[in-house]
Design a protein around this ligand. Structure first.
Ligand SMILES: [Zn+2]
Length: 146
C-alpha cells in the first residue's frame, strides 16, 4: 500500500475547500516530491471547477490552468503529486467517471466526502498500473505530519 504524506495544514485546506464550494465539487492539484512508497505533498493548489453542466458530481481542471500549475511546480523543483476533489453528499469513494478521467499514472487522487456542508471522510487513491489499459485505483494511507 502506498502512502500520501502531507501536513495537517494542507489536509485541512483541502477539506475546507470542499466545504466552501458545497453543494458543488471543489478540485485542485497537489504538488510535492516522490519518495519511497508514495508522495510527499508540500502544497495544495485550488483550481476552478470548469464543469458547469454538472458541477455537483463532476470536476475538471481547465487544461490551461493545469499547464500553469505544472509550470509553477517545476520552477519550484516540485512535481504534480496528484489531485483532489470533493463528493458533496456522496461517499469518499471514486466513481466510474473519476476512474475514466484519471490519466496521471502514479499520482494520488484524494476525495473528501462533504456531508451537509461539513467535510467528513477523506480517502486517497493511488492510480497504479503502467499504462492506461491496466490502470487501477488502489486505496492508500494518508499520513499527517506536524
Ligand atoms: Zn469524484
Amino acid at each position: 500500500m502506498s502512502i500520501l504524506r502531507l501536513t495537517q495544514a494542507i489536509y485541512d485546506q483541502i477539506r475546507a475547500h470542499g466545504e466552501q464550494t458545497y453543494p458543488h465539487e471543489c478540485c485542485g492539484a497537489l504538488l510535492g516530491h516522490s519518495m519511497q512508497g508514495g508522495w510527499h505533498v508540500v502544497a495544495a493548489i485550488p483550481a476552478g471547477n470548469t464543469r458547469t453542466d454538472s458541477a455537483h458530481n463532476r470536476y475538471q481542471i481547465a487544461p490551461l490552468e493545469l499547464v500553469k500549475i505544472e509550470r509553477e511546480a517545476r520552477s519550484q523543483g516540485l512535481d504534480i503529486a496528484g489531485f483532489y476533489h470533493s463528493h458533496p453528499d456522496h461517499p469518499a469513494q471514486w466513481s466510474q467517471t473519476d476512474f475514466a478521467e484519471a490519466h496521471w499514472l502514479g499520482c494520488s487522487y484524494v476525495i473528501t466526502e462533504v456531508a451537509n456542508g461539513k467535510a467528513a471522510v477523506t480517502n486517497s487513491f493511488h492510480l497504479a498500473g503502467a499504462s492506461e489499459e491496466e490502470k487501477r485505483f488502489e486505496q492508500e494511507t494518508i499520513v499527517l505530519e506536524e
